[in-house]
Design a protein around this ligand. Structure first.
Ligand code: MYR
Length: 283
């Protein structure tokens, strides 16, 4: 069964990799002032961080309109695909996954399977890349979905933000949580539990939070399984590169790539955020 792999823009995969692996991307958008920009298409991450510094009004984000899903799914059916696996950011932070499900009902002749990654960004990309590799090997949707489910327990991610107010303002971290624990005064290490963002540990400085996450990675690394990791930054490429050099020395058997928080996720995390995601290498 000819199966197409779709993911949304928040997996921040390069156009080259999407072309190579035949991954189709559906963009979320960022609204700055009166303008709406589809990320990765109308605005780059660099442009976004530059523009928001001078904009008085803070940006907001929107999920893809249902019509865009329908258009894409219909196009894929016209191209001869019989099935789609759509890998989307966590349904606990965006309506994108639910909209994909609603769009699937409006398209005929195509079996659409929407997969809730329960995460976003680089770790979501782990799923999209793996699904695409299997689709290229000729695996059908059931086998691919089975593999994605099997990956869940090994996909981990932690992140730290410079200013928690962005998450609070966007409603992706409840005010109660942010205030009760006095989180706004510290740099909590954050992660996803049951599809939503919660604090993992309260840590006083970003530097200590990054050290802590490297130690958490180290615990899995010591188990001896081959790991692939992604370091994600919000407009801090130089620091990310330096960090990766240190990590490579400390964990020589693991592979590291660098990704970024683009406009949509950057709106909610703010400039200067860092993330660290990893998974077990699959064969
Ligand atoms: C929408 O408007 O539908 C998009 C909402 C996106 C919320 C993003 C919240 C932060 C996610 C951080 C992911 C970090 C993964 C390592």
């Amino acid at each position: 069964m000819k199966t197409a792999i779709v993911t949304d823009s928040t997996s921040y995969l390069s156009k080259e990799l999407c072309d190579e692996l035949h991954i189709h991307m559906i963009p979320l958008s960022v609204v700055i002032g009166q303008e709406t920009y589809r990320e990765e298409l109308d605005i780059t991450a660099e442009e976004f961080y530059e523009v928001v510094r001078t904009e008085a009004k803070l940006p907001t984000t929107t999920q893809p309109p249902i019509g865009e899903f329908v258009k894409l799914y219909e196009c894929l059916a016209d191209e001869g695909y019989e099935a789609v696996i759509g890998i989307y950011l966590s349904s606990g932070i965006s309506g994108t996954y639910q909209t994909s499900i609603a769009a699937a009902d409006m398209v005929e002749g195509l079996a659409v399977h929407s997969f809730d990654s329960e995460i976003s960004c680089g770790p979501q990309a782990f799923y999209a890349i793996r699904a695409a590799e299997l689709a290229l090997e000729g695996k059908g949707p059931e086998a691919i979905l089975q593999e994605l489910e099997a990956m869940r327990s090994s996909v981990k991610a932690y992140f730290v933000v410079d200013d928690l107010n962005h998450l609070k303002r966007g409603g992706r971290l409840s005010s109660a949580q942010a205030l009760i624990g006095g989180l706004l005064q510290v740099k909590p290490l954050l992660y996803f539990v049951d599809k939503v963002i919660v604090p993992f540990e309260k840590i006083r400085t970003s530097k200590k939070a990054l050290k802590r996450v490297a130690d958490l990675f180290g615990e899995d690394y010591e188990k001896g399984e081959p790991l692939e990791a992604v370091i994600i930054h919000a407009n801090r490429e130089k620091e990310a590169r330096l960090w990766v050099e240190e990590l490579k020395e400390r964990f020589p058997e693991a592979t590291f790539t660098i990704s970024y928080f683009g406009p949509v996720i950057g709106t909610h995390l703010g400039e200067g955020a860092f993330g660290f995601g990893w998974t077990k290498k699959r064969d």
